[in-house]
Design a protein around this ligand. Structure first.
Ligand code: GLU
Length: 286
């Protein structure tokens, strides 16, 4: 069996125990299956990435004993690959141009209370204000435009988005997870694929997983809903769909999800305090 998996951190802060868990799970699975473990730096959000965080990723992974099998790739260097998917004569992914900011979206939704608002993987479900603005690659300059996925224009022969969700890391048990296209508007919405000169996460992630030949994606439960978008994009682009495993999230003592700002749980901090990689493995239950 070919087994190629990856760890795809964003250099927007120090890696914490949750990242270590994700990276170790994927790395160990690749080694167990005689496959490849790859590294991808997801540094598209130029307002938040810093070179020092990227450097720290390499140091933390090396300290944890994680090695990657091919040269790592950086999304900031792959703009042409993302661009070519959207700018073809007849792009496989239908999109519309969107000029809404967050406030416009809130106003259009018009819900006075947060509990009345519908949230998808990217936050508020887009209310469709710009839906009629079909994107024409001949007319628009992608350095100044935002593009959203046009659900209305997806061919109706794509009815159901299904993938195998492996229930444990041995990849021996799996359940099917599926969503119909009809459920997309309420659960996912018309997500942003391109933001003023930069591919957005969903588009870049799908293109890069295909580019790196990823057969197994191992990542946190927080991305489970996003996987439906990824499979829809893979279907539109004719890319293979990998197997997915969404692992539990590592939480702090109050049950709260770890975030990059919780510097106290940073791998660097454990390193500096004299912990060993084996201690970190124990802390995350490996
Ligand atoms: N860059 C994403 C993150 O750090 C990971 C996305 C993925 O694994 O697909 O949360």
């Amino acid at each position: 069996m070919t087994f190629r998996t990856r760890f795809a951190p964003s250099p927007t802060g120090p890696l914490h125990l949750g990242h270590a868990y994700s990276a170790l799970l994927a790395h160990d699975a690749a080694r167990r299956h005689g496959g490849a473990f790859l590294l991808r730096i997801e540094d598209l959000d130029q307002s938040r990435v810093r070179a020092e965080w990227e450097e720290l990723i390499y140091q933390d992974l090396e300290w944890l004993g994680i090695t990657w099998d091919e040269e790592s790739i950086k999304q900031s260097e792959r703009k042409d690959a993302y661009l070519s998917v959207l700018s073809g004569v007849s792009p496989a992914i239908p999109t519309f141009t969107c000029t809404c900011n967050r406030r416009d979206i809130q106003l259009a939704i018009g819900a006075p209370h947060a509990e009345d608002m519908a949230f998808g993987p990217d936050g508020l479900i887009y209310p469709g204000t710009c839906r009629a603005h079909h994107y024409d690659p001949h007319l628009g300059d992608l350095d100044t435009l935002n593009l959203r996925l046009s659900l209305n224009k997806i061919a109706h022969d794509i009815n159901s988005i299904t993938h195998s969700e492996y229930s444990d890391i041995s990849f021996s048990n799996h359940i099917q997870s599926s969503m119909t296209l009809a459920e997309f508007p309420d659960r996912i919405g018309e997500v942003v694929l391109w933001r003023k000169g930069y591919a957005a996460y969903h588009l870049a992630s799908v293109i890069d997983d295909a580019h790196q030949g990823i057969t197994h994606v191992i990542r946190g439960q927080d991305l489970r809903e996003a996987t439906h978008i990824h499979i829809l994009l893979q279907t539109l682009l004719g890319f293979p769909t990998p197997a997915y495993h969404h692992h539990d999230l590592i939480r702090d003592e109050n049950g709260k999800r770890l975030a990059k700002r919780h510097d106290v749980k940073a791998i660097r901090k454990y390193r500096e305090d004299g912990a060993t990689p084996a201690d970190v493995r124990r802390m995350v239950g490996l």
